[in-house]
Design a protein around this ligand. Structure first.
Ligand SMILES: Nc1c(C(=O)O)ncn1[C@@H]1O[C@H](COP(=O)(O)O)[C@@H](O)[C@H]1O
Length: 161
């Protein structure tokens, strides 16, 4: 199974958040790679990753970062592979800094920006799956089942427990 999704993050400290994207991809049988790539700390690594993304067969890049979260936008500048951005929650500003840093891209270089934190990372995995499912019927069927299973797990009425 070829790797079609790259999960990249600015720091090892982002992994507890970003592994929520990986879990979704595991559940849906999508092959992915995980890398620490920082626009600030490892700019050459970012450049190389973006430059080779198309030729390596990546179809979606999920990029998570916190604070001055320039990684997703810089990756979107370097490759036409769609970038799904995950704002990692921060202590000082609760992740609003990350959100705004990722969201407000200039025209021409979009980043599909998710919600802050773990749910946003999980949704990034689902967004990647949805993109890939447009040209993969078997994955589309798995994604439909995943969504139906989630829907079925929601109780009709609240309980006190
Ligand atoms: N926002 C970025 C970038 C970047 O955007 O290139 N590189 C690292 N970081 C962020 O710095 C935070 C603190 O990192 P450390 O925990 O390593 O100090 C992380 O959330 C990371 O994503």
């Amino acid at each position: 199974m070829s790797i079609t999704v790259g999960i990249i993050m600015g720091s090892q400290s982002d992994w507890p958040t970003m592994k929520n994207a990986a879990t979704i991809l595991d559940e849906l049988g999508i092959a992915y790679e995980t890398k620490i790539v920082s626009a600030h700390r490892t700019p050459d690594r970012l450049w190389e990753y973006g430059k080779t993304a198309v030729e390596r067969g990546l179809k979606v890049i999920i990029a998570g970062a916190g604070g001055a979260a320039h990684l997703p936008g810089m990756m979107a500048s370097k490759t036409r592979v769609p970038v799904v951005g995950v704002p990692v929650q921060t202590k000082a500003l609760s992740g609003v800094d990350s959100l705004y840093s990722i969201l407000q891209m200039p025209k021409g270089y979009p980043v599909a920006t998710m919600a802050i934190g773990a749910a946003g990372a999980a949704n990034a995995g689902l967004m990647a799956a949805g993109i890939l499912a447009t040209s993969d019927d078997a994955l589309a069927a798995r994604l439909d089942k995943w969504r139906a299973d989630l829907s079925a797990s929601i109780p009709q009425e609240p309980t006190d427990d």
